[in-house]
Design a protein around this ligand. Structure first.
Ligand code: 0O2
Length: 216
């Protein structure tokens, strides 16, 4: 059993972190290629921005401990699927599904798990599409598969999620229940707004009809 500092100073831990960083680069490169293609072929952007992050040794430690897994490098590889995270912020809900489809259909990437919190929002109102992917990285020692968590959400949903996230980490907030209720109302309004904006976009840009199916 390792402590956080030992985890950080261990060679195999740092090797694994290098692999996660590489996998983030692979996913980002794929997204950038799709961005170029969309801008070139269809004169539009499939996403607004990307935010990538590597989980800190402290959070890795805390999560393994909380879930009752041994604090080892093998546990990280086997049980933690969100060490490498790539968040894709899209303008419209249908872009989320279009883009997620394209990523999943790449024949080098393997879809491990899908959680569709847009189709099935969480009770607090949270909406995002989460994918766990096995992403190949090509090292001098050969091809390795590394897990990456992708989160897709609209600009408005991202705005909501960052405010709601603050509530979780603030200890001294009064009247939490009322704030949670207000956040839920906002999340539902955002959903309506996102779909209205998508319909308006379809009317303005006739070649780009709203993709209403949420399946892939
Ligand atoms: P951070 O700081 O973003 O990394 P688990 O990962 O085991 O706790 P689960 O069910 O495996 O939970 O993961 P899930 O539901 O796919 O969600 C994991 C991540 O999604 C979270 O990571 C958040 O980034 C985001 N998320 C999920 N639910 C909510 C929510 O209700 N509000 C907000 N704002 N974000 C949410 P972390 O590790 O919690 O945080």
């Amino acid at each position: 059993r390792l402590h956080t500092r030992q985890l950080r100073d261990t060679r195999i831990f740092n090797d694994l972190m290098m692999q996660y960083r590489s996998a983030i680069m692979v996913v980002e490169a794929k997204l950038k290629v799709l961005y170029e293609e969309f801008a070139h072929e269809y004169n539009r952007n499939p996403f607004e921005s990307i935010k990538s992050r590597l989980k800190s040794p402290e959070s890795i430690y805390e999560k393994l401990d909380r879930k009752g897994f041994p604090i080892t490098v093998e546990s990280i590889r086997e049980y933690l699927f969100d060490v490498a995270g790539v968040r894709v912020i899209c303008s419209f809900p249908d872009d989320i599904y279009r883009l997620a489809n394209l990523v999943v259909q790449s024949n080098d990437i393997i879809l491990v798990q899908k959680k569709d919190y847009i189709k099935n929002p969480k009770s607090n109102g949270y909406r995002s599409l989460h994918l766990i992917l096995d992403v190949p990285i090509f090292l001098s020692i050969g091809k390795q598969y590394v897990k990456v968590e992708m989160q897709f959400r609209t600009i408005a949903m991202d705005f909501w999620a960052s405010l709601e996230h603050k509530l979780k980490y603030k200890k001294d907030v009064e009247n939490t229940e009322e704030i949670e209720r207000q956040l839920k109302v906002c999340a539902d309004s955002i959903d309506v707004l996102d779909y209205q904006m998508m319909q308006i976009r379809s009317k303005i840009d006739k070649g780009n009809t709203a993709l209403l199916t949420r399946d892939f």
